[in-house]
Design a protein around this ligand. Structure first.
Ligand SMILES: Nc1nc2c(ncn2[C@@H]2O[C@H](COP(=O)(O)OP(=O)(O)OP(=O)(O)O)[C@@H](O)[C@H]2O)c(=O)[nH]1
Length: 415
């Protein structure tokens, strides 16, 4: 990968910014799904997926927490009916209220931190773990209602697997762990006949198996859909001949975002408009397919010589390309353009067996200097300035680089 040196600094500010447009395609292995965990294998992609689904997940979680709180407290009536107005019944109701409070705290946390995936996961885990622990205590003190309680446990399992949005792996651990504890309690308590105990254990195993299969299918299907959407978006943003971005990416605000970022952080920004010289002649002499091949090679060279995840290369027109170079000043952009010009002009493109075409390219640069209070605020000003420089390069004999610093202050140009 090309390293532009001192005048092109690292993308330190960029990592904390939200990109309107991805700079390069995510390579396909990063979109792999770990089918056991039912999550994307790459943590960054999984995070992107979670953020995308957070509003819808939070809305569902809020409803689930409300229902949990309401039903936990409502079932307190059965404690009083079974045990009468005793201290044990009072303690049970207090425990039920505790679960409702935990659910309420989760609801409050999600409302206050709607942007946090961690808070949503924590709220789901807390209510599940505390709710199940309290449920075990309630069951322990009501051995006569054990059959009903196993059925309740099976329904709670469904809520954990399906209704309460959580990480699949956490749901599996919490549901299976609580079922195991429940089975141990069933045997230790010994309030049921052995055949009933075995039947109830099988019932819990069935609940977990069905829940596992259903939840896993749901988690995988959601991620497969997300992956397809990403791949389609990548296809829509790319020019199939060169692999560079197409103009749609500019319409989606790539340059606007980079200019806004440069102005905000006081960093430099350069754009280079470049055009293959006498390209029509290549088409006319060697045919359109050969022209396509030269375009393909030129696009590949631009991509290879710019910084992955930082710079963007857009096929701007037929044989014209626009490079957007954040944190790059005029000297840095000029040096890069010279390197590309030299690399392209000195290597031919094999257009047929044993037949090479050599071509040259011209470059026009417009650069916003770092810490410039008069930096332009319209991206079209940059593109127009780069276009004027490209025109000057063409008029100046082609196969050369022209550049200008775009600012309200006196301009400096390079030749
Ligand atoms: N093979 C091929 N040719 C294309 C493509 N897009 C545009 N062109 C051709 O590129 C040529 C551009 O020609 P001009 O605009 O005259 O520019 P030029 O011949 O490069 O001359 P200068 O830019 O002045 O050096 C036209 O003949 C277009 O048909 C493409 O995708 N493939």
């Amino acid at each position: 990968m090309y390293n532009a040196g001192a005048s092109r600094t690292s993308g330190a500010h960029r990592s904390c910014q939200k990109d309107p447009v991805p700079h390069r395609d995510l390579p396909h292995p990063r979109l792999e799904i770990d089918r056991q965990r039912a999550e994307f294998a790459d943590a960054a992609v999984e995070d992107r997926f979670n953020r995308h689904h957070l509003p819808e997940r939070s809305a569902q979680l809020k409803i689930s927490l409300l229902f949990c709180a309401a039903f936990y407290v409502a079932f307190g009536a059965t404690d009083v009916a079974t045990l009468g107005p005793t201290t044990t019944a009072g303690v049970m109701i207090a425990l039920r209220v505790l679960v409702a409070l935990i659910a309420g705290a989760g609801l409050l946390a999600i409302t206050r931190r709607p942007e946090s995936v961690r808070v949503a996961v924590l709220a789901a885990c807390n209510v599940e773990i505390v709710g199940l622990a309290v449920f075990m205590v309630l069951c322990w003190y009501q051995p006569a209602a054990m059959t009903w309680n196993v059925m309740s446990q099976a329904l709670i399992l469904m809520a954990i697997y399906v209704n309460i949005p959580n990480r699949f792996i956490y749901a599996v651990w919490i549901a299976c762990g609580s079922s195991a504890v429940f089975c141990v309690m069933l045997f230790v308590q010994g309030s049921l006949r052995m055949d009933d105990q075995v039947a109830l254990v099988l019932l819990l195993m069935l609940g977990n198996t069905l829940g596992y299969i259903g939840a896993r299918r749901f988690h995988l299907a959601q991620r497969e859909q997300f992956r397809s959407a990403i791949l389609l978006e990548q296809l829509a943003d790319r020019d199939p001949l060169t692999g560079c971005f197409n103009r749609r990416v500019l319409q989606r605000g790539l340059l606007d975002a980079e200019l806004a970022r440069a102005r905000r952080y006081g960093t430099a920004l350069s754009v280079i408009l470049c055009d293959i010289d006498h390209f029509k002649r290549i088409n006319d002499t060697h045919g359109h397919a050969a022209g396509d091949h030269v375009l393909h090679e030129f696009g590949g060279l631009l991509l290879a010589m710019t910084r992955e995840t930082v710079d963007s290369v857009v096929r701007y027109g037929g044989e014209e390309f626009l490079m957007v170079l954040p944190e790059t000043d005029l000297d840095g952009a000029h040096a890069l353009a010279e390197r590309i010009r030299h690399a392209f002009g000195s290597t031919g493109s094999a257009v047929e067996l044993g037949q090479f075409v050599t071509a040259t390219a011209s470059f026009g640069i417009a650069a916003v200097p770092a810490l410039d209070p008069d930096a332009p605020d319209r991206p079209d000003m940059l593109v127009e300035a780069a276009d004027a420089q490209l025109y000057a390069a063409k008029r100046g004999g082609r196969n050369c680089v022209r550049g200008v610093a775009v600012t309200a202050a006196p301009v400096r140009s390079t030749a």
